[in-house]
Design a protein around this ligand. Structure first.
Ligand code: KG4
Length: 333
């Protein structure tokens, strides 16, 4: 079964063709980073406009590169939540028009389910149940994945997402947008014990997280250094920051996996590209005897293939929709 899949929830426009949920025939991605970086973050109106400009070009290119014809497309899958509402609507309306004109089923896909499903593309043997950590620019959550379409959130951030925290910290350090990779790169030469940064503890749910205090601590350090005319040791601050984020994410995820009786841990989303988080998960999972799955870097960020992967399993579960599909800025998994 060949699914044409569409992703436009934030600042990447992506159209992919995926066979049987596991084989990527093509994954066309247009990143809008250059359009937004002068503003230091994503400007929603610019994002929507850019999605509109490139989405049909990407679909055309996908069909050409995969060497298929339109008649080979069996269904259309699309991210319908969560994300920037105007951006989501571009993808949803495009997907509707393609599904309608080809007379094939339309499959709505939750963006975070898609991030988790990126791992099915990378690991043919991977099947639920497992414990997933999804960490991106807009979301940070620990998910109990009981089946391909049966999952629930067991812990989430109470404020900023981990990626948002990376991006805001990078801005303070003058590293540009998006900030995750530059902080990761800068941290390589740093001493992660040099700056003591706060680790938030959330009282009533041991799996919930909070990143706003960490972000504020870095902002305060930068301002104090500026006021005193002191030079910050930026590589060490970046390393201490990566350690703090990792210390928030890794032990909670491992604890949740153990508590829920999972033997597999799956990490997903743009922040899963972080080298410190990857290293710490590898060590923790090895110690606890848990199998660990990280998507390759190109499948960590937003892409269309992950929507096609999850879309296949949504289709098998009967989760198709009609032409009155709407987009939603927020929606639980
Ligand atoms: O999954 P994604 O592409 O978009 C959303 O769905 O939000 O994630 C983007 C986020 C950004 O905040 C970016 O700074 C972060 O992922 N990111 C990283 C790294 N690469 C990207 N964060 C930490 N370390 C990285 N190497």
């Amino acid at each position: 079964m060949i699914i044409l899949s569409v992703e436009s929830s934030c600042d990447e426009t992506a159209v992919a063709l995926v066979e049987d949920g596991r084989k990527v025939l093509t994954d066309q991605i247009f990143s809008q980073v250059n359009l937004h970086k002068i503003y230091g973050g994503v400007v929603p109106e610019i994002a929507s406009r850019s999605h509109t400009e490139v989405i049909s070009i990407l679909a055309e290119r996908a069909i050409q590169e995969a060497g298929i014809s339109r008649g080979d497309i069996d269904a259309v899958a699309v991210t319908y939540a969560p994300g920037l509402i105007g951006a989501l609507l571009v993808g949803v309306n495009f997907a509707k028009s393609v599904a309608m004109s080809l007379n094939v089923p339309l499959i709505p896909v939750h963006h975070i389910r898609g991030h988790i499903a990126a791992n099915y593309l990378a690991f043919p043997e991977l099947e639920p149940p497992f414990l997933a950590l999804a960490v991106s620019g807009g979301n940070s959550m620990i998910v109990d994945v009981r089946g391909y379409t049966d999952m629930s959130i067991v812990g989430a951030t109470r404020d900023d997402a981990a990626g948002e925290c990376f991006d805001k910290t990078a801005r303070v350090l003058g590293l540009g947008y998006p900030g995750g990779k530059p902080i990761d790169d800068l941290s390589q030469g740093g001493d992660d014990t040099k700056y003591k940064l706060p680790l938030a503890h959330v009282d009533d749910n041991p799996y919930d997280m909070s990143f706003s205090g960490l972000k504020t601590a870095v902002i305060n350090l930068a301002h104090q250094a500026q006021q005193k005319g002191e030079e910050l040791d930026k590589p060490s601050l970046a390393a201490s920051f990566c350690k703090a984020v990792s210390d928030s994410l890794v032990p909670r995820t491992i604890q949740a996996a153990k508590d829920l009786g999972h033997t597999k841990v799956v990490v997903a989303g743009g922040v899963a590209a972080n080298s410190r988080i990857r290293r710490d998960f590898e060590a923790a999972c090895a110690k606890e005897g848990l199998a660990l799955y990280f998507p390759p870097l190109k499948l960590c960020g937003d892409n269309g293939a992950m929507i096609g992967a999850q879309g296949y399993y949504e289709f098998l579960a009967g989760n198709t929709t009609t032409m009155d599909l709407n987009a939603y800025a927020n929606m639980t998994i």
